[in-house]
Design a protein around this ligand. Sequence first.
Ligand SMILES: NC(=O)c1ccc[n+]([C@@H]2O[C@H](COP(=O)([O-])OP(=O)(O)OC[C@H]3O[C@@H](n4cnc5c(N)ncnc54)[C@H](OP(=O)(O)O)[C@@H]3O)[C@@H](O)[C@H]2O)c1
Length: 259
Amino acid sequence: MSRIFITGSTDGLGLAAARTLLRQGHDVVLHARSRERAAAISDTSAAALGLVIGDLASAAETRSIAEQVNAIGRMDAVIHNAGIYLERSRGETPEGHAKTLAVNLLAPYLLTAWITRPDRLIYLTSGMHRSGASSLDDIDWKRRPWNASQAYSESKLHIATLAAALARHWPDVLSNSVDPGWVPTKMGGAGAPDDLEMGHLTQTWLATSDDGAARVSGGYWYHRQQRAAAAEVGDVGFQDALVEKLAELIGVRLFAERP
Ligand SMILES: NC(=O)c1ccc[n+]([C@@H]2O[C@H](COP(=O)([O-])OP(=O)(O)OC[C@H]3O[C@@H](n4cnc5c(N)ncnc54)[C@H](OP(=O)(O)O)[C@@H]3O)[C@@H](O)[C@H]2O)c1
């Protein structure tokens, strides 16, 4: 049995993944943004190994989340699931970053740096990552007029790229990204056409299965099948430029060596 931490497990795909893993007998550590949101999943958390609390829009709270996870012990796998979609404005996090960037990219980057390294890392991306190509000059949306859909697409291109960079830099870890499909959650909306079941079973499988097909690294997955991601994801130059940009932006370096 494995020990798995899932960010954003109060709702949607994260909660579905947590419940499936608990049913399978795994040890699951849940995550909620606040005590109020934690209270909403008290039935699930009663069966879990632990529950950590913190808002991923804040780097300080993200640090606390990592510390709470590390205090529970080393995870076998981490599913970086939490995300936000179409924000009305750039917003401003306590550290001054665009909220979409902070929650969808900076928080998983920081948690990856701060949580004791697990055996497997899974990052939730989206088919919309294909519309995310643009210069890395203004990833924090300080100069460009706000475009919510573009910001989301970029964050999902960048998180898939980060997953691929990790697979290359950390050969002892299995690092993959997953497009869950357009599924009916709070984010996807009631009319979403894809299957919620298939939308979360790729991440639970990648996190725990001993099946050789699941023990790969650097993949981009949809419904337990590897797909070709946008060209940037596998572009080593783009991977290293992104990782360097994030290290400069938030002052935390993920890889000891500079590209
Ligand atoms: N649904 C889709 O069609 C779809 C398609 C492609 C990709 N995805 C990706 O799949 C992942 C899960 O999406 P979903 O559909 O399950 O979304 P969801 O139903 O909106 O759930 C998102 C989860 O993330 C948490 N979260 C959001 N912002 C947070 C913050 N600042 N701090 C802490 N927790 C936060 C939410 O907490 P609260 O419950 O407190 O809000 C919730 O638990 C996301 O990364 C998303 O981009 C989804």
